[in-house]
Design a protein around this ligand. Structure first.
Ligand SMILES: NC(=O)c1ccc[n+]([C@@H]2O[C@H](COP(=O)([O-])OP(=O)(O)OC[C@H]3O[C@@H](n4cnc5c(N)ncnc54)[C@H](O)[C@@H]3O)[C@@H](O)[C@H]2O)c1
Ligand SMILES: CC(=O)N[C@@H]1[C@@H](OP(=O)(O)OP(=O)(O)OC[C@H]2O[C@@H](n3ccc(=O)[nH]c3=O)[C@H](O)[C@@H]2O)O[C@H](CO)[C@@H](O)[C@@H]1O
Length: 428
């Protein structure tokens, strides 16, 4: 296998071609490997094979085209096409169930597919974010299905993905990476493989440590955002601008307060703290509370909206509300766990009409003018670049009532003639 990695003759299968799997498959293909992407969504397979990306990400169109046209990347939904590969990289989603317990059904199904397709000597990499001890459990599952012995007959590694959507192709190369092997040899082999495109530092450990590291990183971010959100609540009570206060506090050499806002969304931050403390999650008050604070932020946006409506004596049930942005963060098309959606759900029963506009999300209004025509309030729920340079003087002419609720600190200077309220932006 090592020679196959050096000579780029090792055959790679990537399981799950979403936000993580597709870029990873592209990187390996463009590094010179033959890559087969296995994906259960047929429409995604067809799109990729025609050289078109199904996700929004800078640089992806060109890089994908290159990988497909060179013949080194092909997608399939036929498990026969991934039989006998040297390397299997699993990148399927690992969401939560309704009761916030981990839903590992996609992972288990992917592992079973791999177990049926792999050969003696294969390297299996789990890139998905998983609860601690999962990789060891999945190795046992493979042993049961194949009769092979983990660490002797096949290699297995957890190699967590740490890239940030919007910067995926840069971070895939320059981020540091962790390889958590079920044996030291497994970690070593995976490190050699990823060195084909990774220029950042690489570290080797065992699979449970690497699972915990990944979950700690996102829990750290979630808890710190919750602290920033509490500061935003406090700023409202003291009638000051939280962003000004945070900027000044961050001039201290050891303080780095995060950014308050309408909430924390995406596939990762809302679920990873739960994966970390599961199944003993009731004992971890701080982590759980941070989740609750962040999940409550859309309700602060609702309060600000209703306060603004009160100042113009417009009962909520008569108000037409335009929500700008549905994606969980700026310039993304991903709406998973989006606070914008939670905001829509929180107000839709109470107001006359809620409309949405998101330049990256299908099924929303066609333009900003269209969504604001006759609206009583514009609620900015996503920090898309497009929303940062809007001409509010002109857009205000289309609106029935000029109210702006800024949930993402997108409007620097509240425009004249508007009632303006923003999360963390002073009194309300
Ligand atoms: N999205 C991110 O920013 C990000 C960053 C770092 C880590 N992660 C982690 O990476 C993993 C994947 O996340 P994602 O955002 O790419 O998810 P995703 O939903 O975009 O992609 C997963 C893909 O796997 C496919 N799939 C599901 N089950 C399958 C199976 N059994 N066989 C083949 N294909 C299957 C799905 O159809 C989907 O296309 C998650 O564990 C996530 O926590 C995500
Ligand atoms: C530790 C870390 O860096 N992890 C990153 C994170 O990436 P992400 O794509 O989930 O993006 P984030 O920027 O974390 O945003 C999530 C949500 O939080 C809101 N937010 C953010 C910052 C802030 O100060 N205040 C906020 O309110 C934002 O609007 C959005 O809704 O998880 C990925 C998957 O595991 C990682 O790979 C990636 O490295």
């Amino acid at each position: 296998m090592e020679g196959g990695i050096e000579k780029r003759t090792a055959e790679i299968a990537v399981i799950g071609l979403g936000y993580i799997g597709l870029p990873t498959a592209i990187m390996f293909a463009n590094a010179g490997f033959n890559v087969t992407g296995y994906e259960i969504r047929k429409e995604v397979v067809d799109k990729i094979n025609s050289g078109e990306a199904h996700i929004v990400e800078p640089e992806i169109d060109e890089l994908l085209k290159n990988a497909v046209e060179s013949g080194r990347l092909r997608a399939t939904s036929d498990p026969e096409d991934i039989r006998g590969k040297d390397v299997y990289i699993i990148c399927v989603q690992t969401p939560l169930n309704e009761d916030k317990t981990p839903n590992l059904s996609y992972l288990e199904s992917a592992v079973k597919t791999v177990a049926k397709a792999m050969k003696r000597g294969s390297l299996i990499v789990i890139e998905s974010t998983v609860p601690p001890l999962t990789t060891v459990k999945m190795a046992k599952l493979i042993e049961e299905i194949t009769g092979l012995k983990a660490g002797e007959d096949f290699y297995m590694v957890h190699a967590p993905e740490r890239v940030m959507p919007g910067r995926i192709f840069k971070e895939l190369v320059y981020n540091s990476r962790i390889f958590g092997g079920i044996t030291p040899e497994s970690a070593e082999l995976a490190e050699k493989l990823y060195r084909s495109f990774v220029k950042g530092q690489t570290f080797k450990t065992n699979s449970t440590v690497s699972e915990v590291v990944k979950l700690m990183e996102n829990t750290f971010r979630d808890v710190n955002i919750a602290l920033a959100n509490e500061f935003a609540y406090l700023a409202h009570q003291y009638g000051i601008d939280a962003f000004e206060a945070i900027e000044l506090a961050n001039t201290h050499p050891r303080v780095k307060i995060h950014v308050p806002g309408i909430g924390v969304g995406g596939h990762c931050l809302p679920k990873d703290p739960h994966l970390l403390v599961w199944p003993a999650r009731d004992d971890f008050g701080l982590i759980r509370l941070a989740r609750e604070v962040n999940d409550g932020m859309p309700l602060l946006a609702k309060d600000l909206l209703f306060e603004a409506l009160k100042t113009v004596n417009l009962p909520p049930e008569k108000a037409v509300v335009a929500v700008l942005g549905l994606a969980y963060k700026g310039d993304s098309d991903d709406t998973r766990n989006s606070p914008a959606k939670a905001f829509v759900e929180a107000v839709e029963e109470d107001v006359a009409e809620v409309r949405t506009y998101d330049p990256f999300v299908e099924g929303t209004h066609g333009s900003i003018e269209d969504v604001l025509e006759g609206a009583d309030a514009a609620v900015i729920a996503t920090d898309h670049s497009e929303f940062k340079s809007l001409n509010w003087e002109e857009l205000g002419k289309l609106m029935r009532t000029r109210i702006i609720i800024d949930g993402r600190h997108v409007v620097e200077m509240p425009p004249e003639g508007f009632i303006f309220k923003g999360i963390g932006r002073g009194e309300y």
